[in-house]
Write a protein that binds this ligand. Structure first.
Ligand SMILES: [Cu+2]
Length: 484
C-alpha cells in the first residue's frame, strides 16, 4: 500500500459491513452475553519518559507498555477491543497459533476494529510462553501510525505445568519514541555471526546500478528511548538482592531497530527465545534482539552494586535506552561498563548434534532492495515481486501436515527480522551453520547472508509472512501463504 488515500477509501467501504448502528463489529467466536476477560482501549495518551520528555502517541489503556495480559494455555479468552481513534485499527497476537480472523492482520482477513467502534475477539491461547500484542496497520509515510506508536504490550501464556527455578520474573519492553525520517544510515552490520556471500553482494550491486535514484532511501531515527516507557534513570530501578535468580523477559517493541543489552559484571543465561524454551540454555554477556524478538534470560545476582542494564550504543543509552539495577543496601551513581565485542549466534542455543528433519518441500526467497524507488522510500521485492496491499494475492500454497523449508537469500546490506504469523518455525541453517531445535517466530537475516527455517503447515488459514521492520513491510516485504 503506497497511496494512503486509497486504503482510506477501502477502510471507509469496510465500516458499514462491520455492523452499522452502534458501529459494533461482529464478535469473532464470542457470545455477546459473555463477560470479557480483558478490555483494551486504543486511544491517544501521554507517556512521561522523563519529567522533561512527555510524548503524545497512541496507546493501549493509556499506558506504555500496554497491560501485561496473563493467559492460560488452552483456556479460551475473550478480549474486547475499543478503538477511540479516528482510524481503523488491528490488534495482532504475535507468536500465537490462532485462527486468521482473530490473528490481527488485514492481509489474512482479520476485520478491522472500526474507528470509534469496538470488536470482541475470542481465541484459545497457545503455545505457552512470552508473547506480545501490537498494532498491525500500515504506517507507510505516517510516523503516527503502526508500530511507531506506543501500541504494544506483553502477553504471558502460562504453561499447564510451570518448571521455573527462579525467584522473580521481570518484564522489560524496549521502545523508541519521537521518530523522524532521515536519509541513508546503514545498520550496524557486525553483530551477527556469518560472513556476507559474494553472489548476494553482486546481486545487491546490480540492483543499485539499475536503480533510477542514486540516493539512499529514507530511514527512521528516534530522539527518545526507554524501557517500560521510562528513560534510563527516570523509572523505578530493578531492585534485587544478592544471590537472587531473576528471570528477565525482554521484548524489543521497536518499529525498526535492532537492540542490544548488557548488565556489567553479570551473565545472561538464555533459556527461551521468542517465548519458546531453547534446547541448549547458554550463557552470554550481550543480548541482541531484532525488532519483535523476545529473549527470556536468567541472571544470577552475584555482583553487588548499582548498574546500568543498557544498550551498547552509547548514543541510544544516553537518550534513555536502559534501566538501573540496584542491589539492596547499595548506593551511588549507576555504573556502565562497555562489554567486549560479542556476536550473536542463534546456533549456540540449538541441539549440539544438529540434524534437522528433512522438509517435504523447499521454497527459495530472494530479497532485493530497490533504492529510493518509491518517492524516496526503498522498495523491497521477494523473488522480484513487491507485495501489493490492494491485491493481497497469496504467493504460496501449502498443504496441511507438510513440512516446508524457507530458504532466504538477502541481496541487501540490511538486517531483516523475518516474521511468520500463526506458526512457529525451526531454524535449520543460519550464518553458514546447520542447527535444529530452536523454535522462533522472528529471526534476523544478516546483510548479504542466507538462512533457512522450517515450518509445518499445521494451522489452516491465510498466513502472513513479512519483515518486521515497519519501513520494509510497508514497502513490499510481505508474502501471503494460502492452505490448499
Ligand atoms: Cu526488513
Amino acid at each position: 500500500m503506497m497511496i494512503d488515500r486509497r486504503s482510506l477509501l477501502k477502510y471507509a467501504a469496510l465500516v458499514p459491513l462491520l455492523g452499522a448502528a452502534p458501529r459494533l463489529a461482529r464478535a469473532a467466536g464470542g457470545a455477546a452475553t459473555e463477560k470479557a476477560d480483558y478490555t483494551l482501549r486504543i486511544g491517544t495518551g501521554l507517556i512521561e519518559l522523563s519529567p522533561e520528555h512527555i510524548v503524545s502517541t497512541t496507546l493501549y489503556n493509556g499506558q506504555f507498555p500496554g497491560p501485561l495480559l496473563r493467559f492460560k494455555e488452552g483456556q479460551r479468552v475473550v478480549v474486547d477491543v475499543y478503538n477511540d481513534t479516528d482510524t481503523p485499527e488491528l490488534v495482532h497476537w504475535h507468536g500465537q497459533m490462532i485462527p486468521s480472523d482473530v490473528d490481527g492482520a488485514a492481509e489474512e482477513g482479520t476485520p478491522f476494529v472500526p474507528a470509534h467502534g469496538m470488536r470482541r475477539i475470542a481465541f484459545t491461547p497457545k503455545p505457552s510462553g512470552f508473547r506480545f500484542y501490537h498494532t498491525h496497520v500500515v504506517a507507510g509515510r505516517d510516523l503516527n501510525r503502526g508500530t511507531y506508536t506506543g501500541q504494544a504490550g506483553p502477553v504471558y501464556i502460562e504453561p499447564k505445568n510451570n518448571p521455573g527455578a527462579y525467584d522473580r520474573e521481570i518484564v522489560l519492553v524496549l521502545k523508541e519514541f519521537a521518530p523522524a525520517f532521515s536519509r541513508g544510515g546503514d545498520m550496524n552490520m557486525d553483530m551477527l555471526v556469518g560472513a556476507p556471500l559474494k553472489a548476494l553482494q553482486q546481486m545487491g550491486k546490480a540492483a543499485d546500478e539499475e536503480a533510477q535514484e542514486k540516493t539512499k532511501g529514507f530511514e527512521v531515527g528516534y530522539e527518545l528511548f526507554g524501557i517500560n516507557g521510562r528513560m534510563l534513570g527516570h523509572g523505578e530501578p530493578v531492585r534485587v538482592k544478592r544471590g537472587e535468580r531473576v528471570l528477565f523477559h525482554l521484548l524489543n517493541a521497536s518499529a525498526t531497530e535492532i537492540r542490544s543489552l548488557a548488565l556489567p559484571g553479570h551473565v545472561f543465561r538464555v533459556i527461551a527465545l521468542d517465548g519458546n524454551p531453547v534446547p541448549t540454555p547458554a550463557d552470554v554477556r550481550v543480548l541482541w534482539l531484532g525488532t519483535a524478538e523476545r529473549i527470556s534470560a536468567l541472571v544470577e545476582m552475584n555482583h553487588p552494586g548499582v548498574w546500568v542494564l543498557g544498550d551498547l550504543a552509547d548514543d541510544d543509552r544516553r537518550h534513555g535506552m536502559g534501566i538501573v539495577v540496584e542491589y539492596a543496601g547499595q548506593r551511588g551513581k549507576p555504573q556502565w561498563v562497555k562489554p567486549t565485542p560479542f556476536r550473536w549466534d542463534y546456533t549456540r542455543f540449538g541441539k549440539s548434534s544438529a540434524v534437522p528433519v528433512p522438509p517435504d518441500e523447499t521454497i527459495e526467497i530472494t530479497v532485493v532492495k530497490h533504492n529510493a524507488a518509491l518517492n524516496g522510500f526503498n522498495q523491497w521485492t521477494l523473488n522480484g515481486e513487491a507485495f501489493s496491499m490492494d491485491i493481497m494475492k497469496p504467493m504460496y500454497t501449502v498443504h496441511q501436515g507438510r513440512r516446508y523449508r524457507l530458504k532466504f537469500r538477502n541481496a541487501s546490506d540490511d538486517i531483516h527480522p523475518l516474521h511468520l504469523h500463526r506458526h512457529s518455525f525451526e531454524l535449520t541453517r543460519i550464518g553458514g551453520k546447520p542447527t535444529a531445535g530452536v523454535l522462533k517466530d522472528v529471526v534476523m537475516l544478516g546483510g548479504f547472508q542466507e538462512l533457512e527455517f522450517d515450518f509445518v503447515a499445521d494451522n489452516p488459514g491465510l498466513t502472513l509472512f513479512h519483515c518486521h521492520q515497519q519501513l520494509h513491510m510497508d514497502f513490499g516485504f510481505m508474502a501471503l501463504f494460502n492452505y490448499a
